[in-house]
Design a protein around this ligand. Sequence first.
Ligand code: IMP
Ligand code: MG
Length: 190
Amino acid sequence: MSKTINQDIDHILVSEEQIEQTVTEIAAQIDRDYKARVEEGGKLLLLCILKGSVVFMGDLMKHITLPVEIDFMKVSSYGAATKTTGNVNIILDLMRTDIPTLDILVIEDIVDSGKTLSYLTDYLRLKGAHSVRTCTLLDKPSRREVNFDPDYVGREIPDEFVVGYGLDYAEKYRALPYVGVLKPAVYEKN
Ligand code: IMP
Ligand code: MG
């Protein structure tokens, strides 16, 4: 049973069915790419970036057939006020002593400026991870401010603010099962 479309949503950009198909395709790609590494004893860690990526992470991990471990980090970007690139606050760090043994796949909801993932991949490499790659459900390549390309991309989308399937506006709409574009009136109220 699907939820009826939320009244604040202008239109659905990626439907539940499209998300399901995308997640299945990415999981199959990950299975193929990491099979040899896991067979030679590698530990694949899916690293969920809170909070927006929890829904994607939960679905993706069910579709991956290789053994995986999961962990979480929480970061926040400084506001648009700062011009310095790569300024990201770590609010919840990866508290593990086995980082050099890990093949880390960072799971993100959406890549926008690219600052978050660019910073995080550098950070995890400096901590000595065996490998670091990135996987995002959504990508807005036209918004990029730093040179960064995710390794796995579900869908490229235009420069529109989207919510649902984990993504929020002011902490709302995360539980919607689809990705939708908010009605402009919702922002204009604020
Ligand atoms: P970046 O560092 O600019 O790439 O920021 C990516 C982060 O910005 C994502 O993890 C989201 O939290 C947030 N973000 C960017 N675009 C959107 C959007 O359209 N809807 C909701 N959150 C977004
Ligand atoms: Mg996020």
